[in-house]
Design a protein around this ligand. Structure first.
Ligand SMILES: Cc1cc2nc3c(=O)[nH]c(=O)nc-3n(C[C@H](O)[C@H](O)[C@H](O)COP(=O)(O)OP(=O)(O)OC[C@H]3O[C@@H](n4cnc5c(N)ncnc54)[C@H](O)[C@@H]3O)c2cc1C
Length: 489
């Protein structure tokens, strides 16, 4: 008798190293891939505009692959459980498989769906398709979750041999005997109605093919200099650019990990091994973020360091204009504006600059980190709840393993250190393109004739800084002292 399974795809939009698909193909004659669009089930964390753009193109690429394999991707919208039940009936399936996700609302939804499908007499199984170690696999000596990265990484490193070798992609799928109705991807309305997405098209190729190409390109050589060059935002290709591909599951972290190990055998030269090891460590910041979100599910909105809840942020009516200046890249601080404009155009920002703009928002502007996280959520193509939460709490100084609050980045010094020639600023803030490197990160200090020669009149062509860096630093330190005093009392 022919047996049929549904594979419920979510953020695992690939064919290679796809545990749920692999299992279905190994145990059933017919496999029906299904994507259900149900954003409201993700509650407060429905995909933002940039993520929706990516999802549309990633699904388009995946649908082409499944069509070639023989079993077309079925796309539906509506309640996930109701859609799965209907498709089980229509396809005559007896099993539903999927890969696990770790956002609190999704975990709760998936648990209910698993119970309901099993109560219907079906096989319902989930697999690990998104992380190297699941959040419950690594524990401190006392059996608790980790709150600090380094011991978690050491524990993981001792177990590297447990990491799965990537599973092969199916070469062919049986054609389902019944044709199942599918909605068009256009009908999901994921694309913007006004065309702001030109920069995204230019910078990215969503889908498994683009993901594998990027991994290959990075691991064939740049990975050998990763640690040395990863903090220089002007250097294209010095970092992997894999974050949106990992987020949407177009490649698995296992594929990235194994390819990095292969590079470690293939590449030699000054410091290559240390550089490659550092890349693996960054993959574990992604792991750490999933670990934290799973064990501390309130952290997308609440500080991990609880005393921080009383932090005296400015009030929305007082900071509204500064928030808009930050969002638009018009703060008058060149490295901050460059980062915010890179984000707007490409849907991505270099990690060093993410740290700088986040520090500037939370410390110099004293605007709550949740505002910054919300903007990133809407504009990043790699917007990921665990990683965005970790990044913002770290930058604000209220998270697990955070930089101490009093360590406030000076964006001018950061710019001078990591973008010494000002190339990154010149790319994204063209108003400053002809200013000499000496002043590119602090145009307000340039002699007025030089500013005139460079065509910059502060406040008209380029904004005057929205805050004084020294005064705002002192204000942040005073605010921190207040919560510290009340916590110590
Ligand atoms: C305020 C703030 C917000 C952030 N929000 C996100 C987010 O929403 N989504 C996201 O994927 N990353 C986020 N990051 C982490 C980091 O900036 C990006 O993962 C990285 O810039 C992506 O570029 P890449 O793929 O070239 O990274 P690479 O340097 O090539 O690193 C490889 C992979 O490791 C992971 N990784 C690297 N650094 C980190 C890190 N610090 N924390 C967690 N994972 C990491 C990513 O999956 C990345 O793709 C945030 C960082 C900060 C400071």
């Amino acid at each position: 008798m022919t047996t049929t399974a549904l594979v419920w795809l979510r953020r695992d939009l690939r064919l290679g190293d796809q545990p749920a698909l692999h299992h279905a193909v190994a145990h059933h004659d017919v496999v029906v891939p299904v994507f259900v669009f149900a954003p409201e089930e993700e509650k407060d964390w429905q995909p933002g505009a940039a993520s929706r753009w990516w999802l549309h193109h990633s699904l388009t690429a995946l649908a082409e692959r499944f069509a070639k394999l023989g079993s077309p991707l079925i796309v539906r919208s509506g309640s996930s459980l109701a859609v799965l039940r209907t498709l089980v009936k229509d396809a005559g399936a007896e099993a539903v498989y999927w890969n696990r996700l770790y956002e609190p609302a999704v975990i709760a939804r998936d648990a209910k769906i698993k119970d309901a499908l099993r109560a219907d007499g079906l096989t319902a199984e989930s697999f690990n398709g998104a992380v190297l170690f699941e959040p419950w696999q690594l524990k401190t000596g006392a059996g608790d979750p980790y709150r600090v990265y380094s011991p978690m990484f050491r524990a993981a490193e001792a177990r590297f041999d447990e990491i799965r070798k990537p599973l092969p992609a199916p070469k062919k799928l049986a054609v389902p005997s019944k044709a199942l109705k599918s909605e068009t991807l256009d009908a999901l309305g994921l694309l913007p109605t006004i065309a702001w997405d030109g920069g995204l098209h230019e910078h990215w190729q969503p889908g498994e093919k683009g993901a594998l190409q990027r991994l290959e390109q990075f691991a064939s050589q740049p990975i050998a200099k990763y640690k040395d060059l990863r903090d220089q935002p002007a250097l294209d290709g010095a970092v992997s650019g894999l974050s949106p591909h990992l987020h949407f599951g177009e490649i698995s972290p296992q594929q990235a990990f194994v390819r990095a190990q292969q590079a470690n055998h293939e590449l030699s030269g000054a410091g290559a091994h240390g550089n490659i090891h550092h890349f693996v460590k960054e993959l574990f910041w992604r792991e750490f973020s999933h670990h934290l979100l799973y064990h501390y599910p309130k952290t997308p909105t609440e500080p991990m360091y609880e005393k921080f809840a009383a932090f005296p942020w400015r009030k929305p009516k007082d900071y509204a204009a500064d928030l808009v200046a930050w969002q638009k890249g018009l703060t008058g601080i060149p490295i901050v504006d460059a980062g915010m404009r890179q984000l707007w155009v490409t849907g991505w920002m270099h990690n060093r600059v993410r740290m700088i703009v986040a520090s500037f928002l939370t410390k110099n502007l004293l605007i709550p980190w949740q505002e910054g996280a919300a903007w990133f959520w809407d504009t990043l193509v790699d917007a990921s709840l665990p990683q965005n939460t970790l990044g913002w709490q770290w930058a604000a100084g209220c998270g697990a393993d955070a930089a101490p609050y009093f360590r406030i980045f000076n964006p001018v010094l950061q710019g001078e250190k990591f973008d010494a020639e000002g190339s990154y600023v010149r790319t994204w803030v063209p108003e400053l393109a002809t200013l000499p490197a000496k002043f590119i990160h602090k145009p307000w200090e340039a002699p007025s004739e030089m500013r005139r020669a460079a065509g910059i009149a502060l406040d008209s062509v380029y904004a005057h800084p929205v805050v004084d860096l020294k005064e705002s630093r002192d204000r942040a330190l005073a605010a921190f002292a207040k919560i510290k005093a009340s916590a110590d009392a």
